[in-house]
Design a protein around this ligand. Sequence first.
Ligand code: HEC
Length: 112
Amino acid sequence: MKPLTMLSAATIIAAITGCSVSNDFTPVAGNSGEEIFSNACIDCHTPENGYIYDLSPERANVETIATIISKGEMVMPAFPNIQGAELTAISEFVLAKNKPVKSEEETETASE
Ligand code: HEC
């Protein structure tokens, strides 16, 4: 079996069993969050109306996003090779592309 075939089989098995897989994507040092996103994430996360993510308020912070990227969860693969400045850059990019939470007061309260 070719290594590539084995990798695909592992990916399929992991997807079926629900454990996260590891992605060996390694960013170029100094890459921006946007560059990393268009190389490693865009296949699965499609921008929609300018936003990409719809994180709950508890998860919408750089620290939690960095953990999701490093460890993965369910179908979302882990990216152990995205680290340091690049991990911060991609996490900040994700946060910047997160859909803002609509507060119900917004419609009633006039801007101050
Ligand atoms: C193989 C497809 C795939 C790739 C590649 C991928 N993701 Fe994901 N990601 C998912 C899926 C599916 C989910 C949601 C369900 C889950 O957690 O498994 C998810 C969830 C997430 C979440 C949590 C979203 C939420 O609403 O809680 C973040 C943040 C995230 N991904 C960031 C990234 C970043 C950044 C990259 C690139 C470095 C990336 N993903 C690459 C499939 C992928």
